[in-house]
Design a protein around this ligand. Structure first.
Ligand code: FE
Ligand code: FE
Ligand code: FE
Length: 198
């Protein structure tokens, strides 16, 4: 009969594998980002993630176990989608918005996993492990929030400025009436676009 402790240790091994995969993926995300702040955010989360691996080893230790990984299929899938979206949107003004969305899916998976692990460690009476897991949960939650802030500060608007020639011509034609009311299509705002690409 499998116990809560078995469940806890299984999930811990899942996250140990996930964090190792994320360490390999973050430099690729940083390289793909064209927004300097986003690049820096990925690099700083890489440093944090290396610490999270160490912290997971301490949690295994707190349960008298040796650290081990168990292939996390969810992270494999989320990172594969991230690779695909990065390749598809390379060179597009939507690239940073695309990378943020891919990264936020990973952060949400981590938040759900560490949230449960933290609770279970508490139920199993291991205060030390619960505290360590809370520290990582806080880092993932903060990272997710920073990504939302970066999207709102520039990446989403930059993505919105992306209009292909055909649709921007259609927009010009359609909004010629709007121009009189001061609404200009994004494609006719070179200054604003330059500012956003900063
Ligand atoms: Fe993590
Ligand atoms: Fe998993
Ligand atoms: Fe993370």
């Amino acid at each position: 009969m499998k116990t809560l402790k078995n469940l806890f240790l299984d999930e811990l091994a899942d996250m140990y594998d996930a964090e190792h995969r994320i360490i390999k993926a973050l430099p690729k995300l940083a390289k793909a980002a064209t927004c300097e702040d986003l690049k820096a955010a990925f690099q700083s989360h890489l440093k944090q993630t290396e610490g999270q691996v160490k912290r997971l080893e301490q949690v295994f230790q707190a349960f008298g176990e040796k650290a081990k990984g168990k292939k996390c299929e969810a992270t494999v899938g989320l990172l594969k989608e991230g690779d695909e979206i990065a390749a598809e949107f390379k060179g597009s003004p939507s690239i940073n918005a695309a990378l943020i969305s891919a990264a936020q899916k990973v952060e949400h998976y981590e938040m759900a996993s560490y949230g449960c692990l933290h609770e279970w460690a508490g139920l199993l009476g291991n205060r030390k492990a619960a505290d360590l897991l809370q520290e990582t949960l806080t880092e993932e939650t903060d990272t997710n929030r920073s990504l939302t802030d970066l999207a709102r500060a520039s990446s989403n608007e930059e993505a919105l400025s992306d209009t292909d020639t055909a649709s921007s011509e259609a927009a010009e034609a359609k909004t010629s009436g709007n121009l009189a009311r001061g609404n200009r299509p994004a494609s006719s705002q070179p200054k604003r676009q330059a500012a956003l690409r900063r």
